[in-house]
Design a protein around this ligand. Structure first.
Ligand SMILES: Cc1cc2nc3c(=O)[nH]c(=O)nc-3n(C[C@H](O)[C@H](O)[C@H](O)COP(=O)(O)OP(=O)(O)OC[C@H]3O[C@@H](n4cnc5c(N)ncnc54)[C@H](O)[C@@H]3O)c2cc1C
Length: 522
């Protein structure tokens, strides 16, 4: 029986065969520069007996429950490199005792009531694409995974305010499909779009593919509705409000610790009428970054503004010339784009960049986007071929950007030599702001079979230390989860940490909601 549903990104037809992998191997070795290994054969699922740790479940919850071993195995892991490797090796140390799939809000309330009365930890699960250990029951003597997939779909459209009410379990493609008949789109495309959920986006403060203006889901959220162990938490629908700290902003990024998000109103938009894209070449990353800074500080807001370093540019086929690439895209609903795009090109030329191609929907922009969405499929193929491949990201103000990129590259390169005997780290800017940018790093290295997780943990710790030391945040959009907690704890003000702990205890007095995330383990 295939274990692809436990570790794979796609549907059954997407599982790479041994022959596929063998055919791909030479290309991977050539483009990544990392020696490949014989394709790994995924381990069979071990026996996962029904759990006796939960006691007797009330009959109303029994009909929501799944004890299926593969289902439980899948719900104990997210989608980081360490998750993928552990799933492939059937190294399943943390498996929830049960998966519960509520049909409606009443079911969610019933689950939280039962969990509070029995002290059972509950881990909300949207699409399970967390890359920071957000859904894994680590350090808990028992836990249930609360899978929101049945709480899905479009509930309401307010055409006048151009806002839509979506249930939390709706996945990206289903949300877009439901909005199509209304001529609307969320235009929110994280790379995990295919598999991640609206509720997960809100719970993790996810960021989409667009580089400026509406970057994080925060910018789309009008109100949030969540079930907490002590009652319903629903913020009022408002275009803006100055009434004290905001109830919906507190739920944003709460990662399942303040309540189970069941619905949200999001701002939607019509599809843009005008599109333009360009690829430019920069002699080096620093020159490209300076051009990008000037662009956004001039008030230009390209929808796509990805500065990719020379190595990654060659690797992804964005620009094979050994130069850094800047992929620019502008979009407009109503007004033609000429003035903005002319200004952007002139500014970039003055800043020392060379225009490779430009025009309506440039080919390079399209190819870059399709590589972006296909990346999770490619990643699992690389891992099967013994390549350590993972990403991490941050944000920092412009004054510290160059220093951060240099220091992080150096720290990670050193760690790779020490831990893997070599490897490479590439960098791109994914999101840009007038006052700073979000550098995103990709690591490729030879893995040592059986030690992949320990290898990555060491490299990741070196990267995280370097990020904090250079003034960055531990995450711009991947969230905190269990993996980032030690660094998150160091970057936040102490009174704020105490406030968060006290607030969490107020809505969840027993401490059942995703213990170990955002707060120290109980
Ligand atoms: C290949 C890949 C690419 C990615 N690209 C991006 C990207 O471009 N941008 C980005 O921001 N992130 C990205 N991520 C990370 C991840 O997809 C996001 O964090 C996403 O928002 C998680 O959504 P999900 O529905 O999968 O949530 P899950 O992984 O199921 O859960 C994430 C966290 O939120 C909590 N949670 C989930 N649903 C709810 C709910 N309804 N109520 C309360 N808590 C809840 C969970 O308990 C957990 O702590 C990527 C991940 C992968 C594997």
């Amino acid at each position: 029986v295939s274990t692809y549903p436990v570790w794979g990104w796609g549907g059954p037809a997407d599982e790479p065969s041994r022959a596929d992998l063998e055919a791909l191997a030479p290309l991977v070795a050539e483009t990544t520069g990392v020696p490949v290994q014989d394709p790994l054969t995924p381990a069979p699922l071990p026996e996962i007996p029904p759990s006796a740790r939960l006691g007797t479940l009330p009959p109303s919850l029994r009909e929501l429950a799944s004890e299926d071993p593969a289902d439980r195995a899948r719900h104990g892991l997210g989608r980081s490199y360490r998750d993928l490797v552990r799933a492939l090796r059937a190294d399943l140390a943390h498996v929830p005792d049960l998966v519960l799939r509520p049909r409606d809000e009443q079911d969610v309330t019933a689950v939280l009531d039962w969990a509070s009365s029995t002290g059972t930890p509950v881990i909300p699960f949207g699409g399970g694409t967390s890359v920071v250990g957000g859904v894994e029951p680590v350090g808990l003597d028992r836990a249930v995974s609360l899978d929101l997939s049945r709480l899905a779909g479009l509930v309401e459209v307010d055409g006048a305010s151009r806002a839509v009410r979506l249930r939390a379990g709706t996945l990206g493609p289903a949300a877009e499909e439901a909005l199509k008949p209304y001529g609307l789109t969320l235009r929110f495309y994280p790379q995990s779009f295919e598999r991640s959920s609206v509720g997960g986006w809100v719970a993790t403060r996810a960021a989409g593919h667009f580089s400026t203006r509406l970057t994080h889901v925060d910018d789309l959220v009008e109100s949030v509705r969540a079930v907490t162990p002590t009652g319903l938490w629903e913020s009022r629908r408002l275009p803006g409000s100055g009434a004290g700290p905001s109830p919906d902003r507190l739920l944003l990024g709460s990662e399942g610790t303040l309540g189970v998000i069941t619905e949200t109103w999001l701002r939607a938009q019509p599809r843009p009428q005008h599109r333009w894209s360009a690829t430019l070449a920069a002699p080096d990353f620093a020159t490209g970054a300076d051009a990008v800074r000037q662009l956004v500080q001039a008030g230009l807001a390209p929808a796509t503004c990805r500065l990719v370093d020379a190595a990654e540019s060659a690797l992804t086929g964005t620009l094979p010339t050994g130069e850094a690439a800047l992929v620019l895209g502008f979009e407009s609903l109503l007004l033609p784009l000429g003035a903005e795009t002319d200004a952007a090109l002139a500014l970039c030329r003055d800043a020392g960049l060379r225009v490779v191609e430009a025009g309506d929907r440039g080919a390079a922009g399209e190819s870059w986007r399709s590589t972006f969405i296909r990346a999770p499929y490619l990643r699992e193929q690389l891992v099967l071929l013994g390549v350590l491949v993972e990403t991490f990201e941050t944000a920092v103000t412009w004054d510290r950007l160059e220093g951060l990129v240099t220091q992080v590259r150096a720290a990670v390169t050193d760690a790779l030599v020490r831990v893997c005997g070599g490897g490479r780290v590439t960098c791109r800017l994914t999101h840009v702001y007038p006052d700073g940018a979000a550098p995103y790093f990709t690591v490729l290295a030879p893995s040592r079979r059986g030690s992949e997780v320990a290898q990555w943990d060491e490299v990741k710790a070196a990267a995280s230390e370097a990020l904090l030391a250079a003034g960055g945040t531990i995450t711009h959009h991947h969230a905190v989860g269990r993996d980032h907690w030690p660094w998150y704890d160091r970057q936040r003000p102490e009174p704020f940490a105490r406030l968060l702990a006290a607030g969490t205890a107020a809505v969840d007095p027993v401490g059942i909601l995703n213990p170990g995330v955002l707060l120290p383990r109980a």
